[in-house]
Design a binder for this molecule. Structure first.
Ligand code: FEO
Length: 396
């Protein structure tokens, strides 16, 4: 059964698709499913903002049919060419044979490259251009790299409503369409931001500058719920994550085979907590890496542990390291620890990587040979205290 369309303001509808079974969105852990949002505007010109992933074309069309015959669509606004929004277009131009696809110059280029041989009825719009739909209009604002170079958003001044595409999005399936109806949106929003957006944080800040002073009452993203309340709060969160997301806390992450590195991790966490700094701990063999990445984004100190496996960090920690790189960790404190049997090597590699990723400060690593003794665990505790004190000093 197709869920109801939802009217956001008069004659502006959510007509997207809900993917209840989505558990992995190109590497982003999505335990609660996801959504692909599309929006239909009924005016003199019938306009569809974005579409959905191709598996959901029929769901999109069914939902549109509850409002209007898709053949009456005049414009399809292509804000972003990534296939989760554009892979329906070949079907959509058949269902809406009179529609023009409105996009940026780069959007047109990317569509041609993504769908070679398809003759899309393209119309290119410039940054800042307006399109009258009748009673309402859309103004297009390019926000390159949020999340691809061609990305643009669309602003409807008459309703003070912005179609923000990936910005302010999250992956969560819900029977509710508005963020104020959804509990526990913070972690899904953070996971989406850290995995998809944080690498482009400077571009987000540039986008904020571009729309500064424009009154906004409603934000309609391309994933997850619509924001219609407490917009100051969501703007503040996004602004903070794009500038300095770090809070006065630390995380300790590790992977282990025979539990020596695990013992070290817990002793380090205890040391950090002993100076009054909260410290979460994650076993990278058990946690989805993108979930840990979200926690790492807000941590002032990231302490990475791995036992040495054939001269290198054990695989789960090795696999996690690029997630830290993509957080742009210039304001973070980094440290590495781990156990080894004979040659060692894991902490040397991890420390080099933390430096290469441009962590603001990288401590000398902490190694333990085979199983940590009481004396070794005391060293781990003190190592944690040193990290905790540095975190405290950064916020003093
Ligand atoms: Fe939702 Fe960057 O695509």
């Amino acid at each position: 059964m197709t869920a109801e369309k939802v009217e956001i303001v008069k004659d502006v509808y959510w007509v997207g698709a809900i993917d209840w079974m989505l558990r992995d969105f190109h590497g982003l852990w999505t335990p609660n499913g996801g959504t692909y949002n599309a929006y239909l505007i009924i005016d003199e010109k019938v306009t569809l903002i974005d579409t959905v992933s191709a598996n959901f074309t029929e769901e999109l069309l069914d939902r549109i049919r509850t409002i209007i015959d898709p053949a009456k669509i005049d414009y399809i606004i292509c804000q972003h060419v990534e296939p989760d929004h554009s892979s329906t277009y070949e079907d959509m131009i058949k269902a809406a044979p009179n529609a023009k696809i409105i996009t940026s110059e780069k959007g047109a280029e990317f569509l041609k490259l993504h769908y070679p041989g398809v003759e899309f009825p393209l119309e290119i719009v410039e940054d800042g251009a307006s399109l009258s739909l009748g009673k309402r209009s859309l103004t297009f604002v390019k926000i390159p790299m949020v999340h691809w170079p061609e990305t643009m958003i669309s602003y409807m001044p008459e309703e003070q409503l912005v179609f923000s595409n990936d910005a302010f999005g999250m992956q969560i399936a819900s029977p509710y369409r508005f963020a104020d109806q959804v509990h526990d949106w913070y972690e899904p929003l953070r996971a989406y931001y850290s995995y998809i957006v944080r690498f482009h944080a400077k571009a987000v800040l540039s986008a904020f500058k571009k729309v500064e002073g424009i009154p906004i009452k409603i934000i309609c993203p391309s994933h997850g719920p619509i924001w219609r309340k407490d917009l100051d709060k969501i703007m503040e969160i996004y602004h903070r994550w794009s500038s300095s997301p770090e809070k006065e806390n630390a995380i300790v992450v590790y992977s282990t085979i025979w539990k020596s590195t695990k013992k070290m991790a817990y002793a380090i966490r205890e040391g950090i907590a002993s100076v009054g700094v909260p410290a979460e701990i994650y076993n990278l063999e058990e946690e989805p890496l993108s979930r840990v990445q979200g926690a790492a984004m807000e941590a002032k100190a990231v302490v990475v542990g791995a036992m040495t496996y054939n001269l290198d960090p054990y695989y789960p920690t090795a696999a996690f390291m690029p997630y830290l790189k993509h957080l742009r960790p210039e304001n973070k404190i980094g440290a590495a620890f781990g156990s080894y049997g004979w040659s060692g090597g894991a902490t040397r590699v991890l420390t080099e990587e933390l430096k290469e990723y441009k962590f603001g400060e990288v401590l000398d690593p902490l190694d333990v040979r085979f199983r940590p003794s009481e004396e070794d665990l005391k060293r781990c505790f003190e190592y944690g205290q040193e990290i905790g004190r540095k975190v405290k000093a950064a916020f003093a």
